[in-house]
Ligand binder design. Structure first.
Ligand code: NAD
Length: 282
């Protein structure tokens, strides 16, 4: 199986969906972009126009390539039959399952569905699907155009040829792909949980400010400190991932979600995307 010439539908035009649409279109695919939030797909395309223009100005892309990339991205207001769907909607099992049911009603039999879930079991996501073998995790990292890694996540029912086709596709897009089984948090998010959790504990203990914690970790060699990284990811998403990993590990206290992060989510201080998290983004 090959997805080299796949026509792609990206569902969810938020942080990740927009980045995935850009990378796919830059690789030459026709990309449809869908979001249930009115105007979100159009807004994402308008933002991508600025990003691509910026890349062309810096000489990282020719003006023609930037224009051609943008022309390949089409916002749509309904799910459409394509060869490959990449799902990047809210991190919620039931909402993703409902989307997959809607997708299976419109997709051709051979179409693949790739989920960008950060932490939800691919096995569980596939449970009610007519063709669970077509669902696979394609876990990108933020920001998608810059981060090389893609975790290709196989659930119990994922067909090996589907996982391999997604692995090959990610490679063709210049990414470094790795295969992993669907286990709580997969590889990176599993290992990164304590990085965030201990920073949140330090904040709860009033040990230091986010500025100090981030400066320490950067000085210790990490590219980003945990607080600025959580602001980049989005606290709603990060909190949902922690809750999901906590539950999937049978509530092992090592993965206990933080009240500090709960408060940020409750306040709508979601990080960069809402203009305020640990830091302010004018
Ligand atoms: P986001 O909040 O920026 O965007 C999610 C988008 O999905 C929103 O625009 C929302 O309107 C839309 N949406 C919600 N329900 C929908 C539905 N039923 N149909 C269509 N659109 C719908 O979130 P994000 O950060 O882009 O995360 C999306 C997914 O990617 C999540 O599963 C998340 O865990 C995963 N992910 C996030 C990161 C990160 O750093 N933020 C990294 C890797 C993976």
């Amino acid at each position: 199986m090959t997805l080299d010439n796949a026509r792609i539908l990206v569902v969810g035009a938020g942080l990740m969906g927009a980045g995935i649409a850009q990378v796919a279109a830059q690789a030459g695919h026709d990309v449809l972009l869908f979001d249930t939030r009115t105007g979100a797909a159009e807004a994402a395309k308008a933002k991508l126009a600025q990003t691509l223009h910026g890349l062309a100005t810096k000489g990282k892309l020719t003006a023609e390539a930037a224009q051609a990339t943008l022309a390949r991205i089409t916002p749509v207001d309904a799910l459409a039959p394509v060869d490959l769907v990449i799902e990047a909607i809210v991190e919620n099992l039931d909402i993703k399952r409902a989307l997959f049911a809607d997708l299976e009603a419109v997709l051709p039999a051979e179409a693949v569905i790739a989920t960008n879930t950060s932490s939800i079991s691919v096995t569980a996501l596939a449970r009610d699907m007519k063709k669970p073998e077509r669902l696979v995790g394609m876990h990108f990292f933020n920001p998608v155009p810059l981060m090389k890694l893609v975790e290709v996540v196989s659930g119990l029912g994922t067909a090996p040829e589907v996982a391999q086709a997604i692995h090959d596709l990610a490679g063709r897009w210049g990414k470094t792909a790795v295969h992993t089984r669907s286990t709580p948090g997969f590889i990176v998010n599993r290992i990164a949980r304590p990085y965030y959790a201990e920073a949140l504990m330090l904040l709860q203990e009033h040990a230091a400010t986010p500025e100090v914690i981030d400066a320490c970790l950067r000085a210790a060699g990490f590219r980003m400190g945990p607080c600025e990284l959580m602001d980049l990811i989005g606290h709603d998403t990060n909190f949902a991932v922690t809750n999901s990993v906590f539950a999937a590990n049978f509530f092992d206290r090592r993965f206990t979600p933080s009240l500090v992060q709960q408060e940020l989510v409750d306040a709508g201080y979601l990080g960069r995307k809402s203009g305020r998290g640990f830091y302010s983004y004018p």
